[in-house]
Design a binder for this molecule. Structure first.
Ligand code: SAH
Length: 461
């Protein structure tokens, strides 16, 4: 939280130091790379405290306001408890990145060589023949069109070039496959920036006993009476459904109505993209109003589409009620600082507008759909970048918590976007998959030439 107290007293990194918190900052701005600032705090801070000097300068009233703002509410704590991830795989990352640097730092701190590295996650650099470590960390954006680390999987046989490999402990080098990561023809050159992988070996498994103990001792979470969504209890989620189509021509009336729409349109943002774009007029003319009587629309916008998108929301009959920001991180979970996107500032984030279509009461106020869960998530997602245009999966979690169950449609989705409970439409999806019989019937009637088979819902044991 940024708390402004007049000039010079904004709570920032310096404030941590003033407040006596330990915060190391060893950053060589020039040597630092596309990867991020490298100034992660050593510890994760539970709360942001105002420096004592700044606190003392406040009036009594402001001090009270500050004290109240510092307190979490019981409801907030209970909600956080309920939605706490049951997945114990979220682990803190060592600020020293590699095991050897961690060891060096610990040796320096203890003035003797400790036998172990810390319990946090470490990374190891993938040094390949074309890697130039002096360039710094790969941002996975414009510098790396064709060589995602996952294309370097050890399962892919090594090429002869692996002979001059620099170190036996790193995975064998491969020439880039040209697959994935949104390669764009002439730019499919090997990425010379540093790539990393998680450095884990069997010896690490014994560590973190404290964490395990903590997990087993965790209190049973309370269950709050959070709304069960528009369709209430006992609803089975259908497996992923999708329809391959040109969304400029498809007859939306066959689709029925939805509680939630998510769209990541191919806006004409005056940039070269690996797929066709749609003009502003085509976007405005989209029959989105036919898809929803009452519900939520999540619309990804970027560049000039931040304005065009807002205009489309209005034209389609929506009120913008929120805006989610996706802060992009790189493979080391650091904020991307120089992704070479953006004309004026480097772009580190993307935006998802949240629109609501609803009725207005006699006083002119919006009548919010009673089934929308409010106050669960924040409007910031921090997540790693992947292929060109690919959006973070966290967005689905956020939407599904706001609207559990209910009919959901994603338009302009790709194969990796298909998801249980969602109907995905796009022109890169391949053959259709439908589970809703009435939907299949409507499509067959309207498009007799389309081969529409209703798949049987698989029975999970
Ligand atoms: N959100 C997606 C990325 C969407 S990119 C993700 O997370 O991966 C936009 C998609 O819209 C591309 O797949 C593009 O091929 C598709 N598209 C472009 N024009 C289209 C049209 N007229 N009809 C359907 N899909 C279209």
């Amino acid at each position: 939280m940024d708390i402004h107290l007049g000039s010079g007293s904004k709570l920032d990194a310096a404030a941590f130091v003033a407040a006596g918190k330990k915060r190391k900052r060893v950053v060589d701005e020039d040597a630092d790379s596309a990867a991020g600032s490298g100034d992660e705090a050593e510890e994760s801070y539970e709360e942001v405290k105002m420096p004592v000097s700044a606190l003392e300068s406040l009036t009594k009233d402001l001090k009270e306001v500050y004290t109240v703002l510092q307190k979490s509410t019981a409801r907030g704590r209970l909600l956080a408890e309920q939605f706490r991830s049951a997945n114990p795989s979220f682990e803190p990352i060592c600020s020293h990145i590699t095991k050897s640097d961690c060891l060096k730092a610990r040796s320096a701190a203890f003035s003797t060589t400790p036998a172990t590295i810390c319990d946090r996650v470490h990374f190891r650099p993938l040094i390949r023949p074309h890697t130039d470590p002096a360039l710094g960390h790969c941002s996975y954006l414009n510098t790396c069109y064709s060589e995602p680390t996952y294309a370097q999987s050890p399962s892919i046989p090594p090429l002869p070039s692996s002979q001059n490999h620099m170190s036996a402990q790193w995975p064998k080098p491969q020439l880039p496959s040209g697959l994935g990561a949104g390669g764009r023809g002439k730019e499919k050159a090997p990425c010379r920036y540093l790539h990393y992988e998680v450095d884990w070996d069997a010896g690490d498994a014994g560590k973190g006993d404290d964490v395990k103990k903590d997990t087993t001792m965790r209190k049973k979470p309370y269950r709050l009476g959070i709304g069960l969504g528009p369709m209430g209890k006992g609803l089975t989620t259908l497996p992923p459904q999708w329809i391959n189509c040109d969304l400029r021509r498809f007859d939306y009336s066959v689709l029925g109505k939805f509680h939630v729409i998510m769209a990541d349109p191919p806006w004409d943002i005056h940039m070269s993209l690996p797929y066709g774009t749609m003009t502003d007029d085509e976007m405005r003319a989209m029959p989105i109003p036919a898809l929803q009587d009452e519900g939520l629309l999540f619309l990804w916008v970027t560049g000039r589409a931040m304005e065009v998108g807002r205009e489309c929301l209005r034209v389609w009959g929506y009120t913008r009620i929120d805006e989610v920001v996706w802060v992009k991180t790189n493979q080391l979970q650091r904020v991307i600082r120089t992704g070479r996107t953006g004309h004026w500032l480097n772009h580190t984030k993307e935006h998802m507008l949240v629109g609501m279509k609803t009725n207005i009461d006699a006083d002119g106020n919006l009548k919010f759909p009673p089934w929308v869960n409010r106050g669960l998530d924040t409007d910031v997602i921090v997540s790693e970048v992947r292929e060109t245009s690919r959006k973070p999966d966290e967005a689905y979690g956020l939407i599904e918590r706001m609207c559990p169950g209910g009919r959901k449609i994603e338009i302009f989705g790709r194969k990796h976007n298909v998801r249980p409970g969602w109907l995905t439409l796009g022109n890169q999806l391949g053959g259709d998959q439908i589970f809703e019989e009435d939907l299949a019937t409507r499509i067959r009637t309207r498009y007799p030439e389309r081969a529409v088979n209703v798949s049987t819902v698989p029975q999970y044991s």
